[in-house]
Design a protein around this ligand. Sequence first.
Ligand SMILES: [Zn+2]
Ligand SMILES: [Zn+2]
Length: 232
Amino acid sequence: MGFFSYLLDIAFPPRCVVCDDFGSWWCKKCSTKCEFSLKNLCPSCNHANHVEGCNRKSALDGLVAAGFYHDPGLRKVIHSIKYRGGTVIAPVVAEYIRVWRGARLDVWPWAGLPDLAIQPLIGAPKSIRNRGFDQACLLTGIVKERIVPWAHIADILVRKESLTTQAALGHGLMRHANISGVFYVKPGIRIPKNILLVDDVVTTGATMQEAARVLKAAGVEKVFGLALAVGS
Ligand SMILES: [Zn+2]
Ligand SMILES: [Zn+2]
């Protein structure tokens, strides 16, 4: 621990973002209470077991998530990453990801594929400016460190400024309509064969689907998704 973080710990002693206890930004008691998503998810309906009538075409070739967004603890952690600055919480999230990796029951959907790059599902430029960082980029660093250390981090996706933020629009059709055409791939850049998109939460999956669609149109063969949480 550096001297600066030592001073920070004295000035702002770590308190669990879920239960408020002193000692850690996400205490063992609270993090072990979070239920893991142990199986690969359907990239169309985002469920481990297909929901009835699941036949939507998916631009994603596979999807995994560590936990569930309806879990109040994990939800609080994700909110804290976004709105309180992620750097202090990153180490405890990395530990959560490490334990999840060990507990999973399926092989990774991208197992055995060569030339895999990890690409953060970058947030809206306006929210990145407001917060000063992008939580998807923070998570991408953790995913590289804990899950695919052999993959390289890609920076080929660009997100345009949108008029309305996703949070203001809510879920459903409006959200889907809003996202169309929001991404493009940087011109003149080497396109990796396979890409793993990383985001904090997958709800409808519309944003991830759109990014995958654009990446495939640019020549990426397979696109996978990884989120810290799935659900609504
Ligand atoms: Zn706690
Ligand atoms: Zn399905």
